[in-house]
Design a binder for this molecule. Sequence first.
Ligand code: ACO
Length: 321
Amino acid sequence: MTIYSRLSGVGSYLPGNPVSNDDLVTRGIETSDEWITTRTGIRSRYLADAGQTSSQMAVEAARRALEMAGVEAAELDLIIVATSTPDYIFPSTACLVQGALGNKGATAFDVQAVCSGFVYALTTADKFIRSGSHKKALVIGAETFSRILDWQDRGTCVLFGDGAGAVVLEASEKPGILATALHADGSHVGILSVPGQVAGGQVTGDPFLRMEGQAVFKMAVRVLADVAEECCSNAGMSSSELDWLIPHQANIRIIEATGKKMGLPKEKVVVTVDRHGNTSAASVPLALDEAVRDGRIQRGQRVLLEGVGGGFTWGAVLFEF
Ligand code: ACO
C-alpha cells in the first residue's frame, strides 16, 4: 500500500496590529505609500513586539493547526520549523516549540532555506511520512525578519513583516501531497544575504539583510514559473488543472508575472503580500491558512505552494487538500 501525507489542519499567527506604509513614514523612514504600493503592492505588515520571538509565534500558529486537525501535541512524532530568524543559535526553534507544546520524543529540527523554507520543510516532512517512519508531523514557517532589517535602508526595510503559519500532516492511504520539487544555486549568494550576525551581544560582520532588488526580482520570476511547471509535470498534470496557486509573498509584481507566465487567471492566485508584506518562510502557510479559513480552498481541490529566497533556493509542493 502506498502511504501518502495529507494536510489535516492549518493555522497561523500575526503579531500586534497592522503597520501601514504611512506609519513607517511617521516612524521616520524616508519613503511614501505611493512608492511602496506601486513597486511592491504592500500596504501594511505586522511587526513583533520587542520581546516576541519566532518560537512564540510558531507555537500560536501550531496550536491553531493542531486544533483544526483534532490532533494533540503529544501525538506528534515529527516537528519541523522553517526559519532564518531562530530564537537561539541552538537549540533549534523546533525544540523550543516542542517544549512549549509539551511534546516529548518527536523528531524535531529546523530547516534553513530562507523564503523557500516552508516548501523545503513540507517536502522533508512528506518524505518522512511516505517512508513509513513517521505518522503525524507539525510543519511551521515562523519569522521575525524585523530583527534582521537595517531600518536605515529604505530599499529593504519597507518590504518585510513578521508572523507564523503551520500545518499538520498525517499519514493517509489517500493523497495528499502529489508531487514536490526543490532546487538551489549557491552561485547567487551575493544578491540576497545576511552576511554577519549578532550573538551574545557581539556583532560579527554586517548583521542585516542586504539585497540587490532587481537581480532578485528577475531570478524569482524565472524560477517560480519553471518550478511550478516541473512540479505539476511530476504529478502528471498541467498547471491549468490547478485550483489554487499560493506563491511566496514577496512582491505583487513577482506574483502577477508568475501567474501570467503560467497562464493562470488572477482569481486562482492567493495574495496576502498587500497586508502581510514579505514574511519569508511564514508567507506561504500564512496565505494557505487564510484561504482555507475563508472558504476559498475546499477539500479535494489541487493547490500548488511555491517558495523562492536567499541561497538562492526555490521549490514547490503540489497537494490535494
Ligand atoms: N521609498 C522611496 N524611495 C525608495 C525606496 C523607498 N522605500 N527604496 C528605494 N528608493 C529609491 C532608490 O533610492 C532609488 O532612487 P534613485 O533613483 O534616486 O537612486 C529609486 O527609489 C529606485 O530604486 P530601485 O532599487 O532601483 O527600485 P526598484 O524599482 O528596483 O524597486 C524593489 C526596488 C521594490 C526592491 C524591487 O527591486 C523588487 O521588488 N525586487 C524584488 C525583491 C524582493 O521582492 N525581495 C524580497 C526578498 S527575496 C524573496 O523573498 C525572494
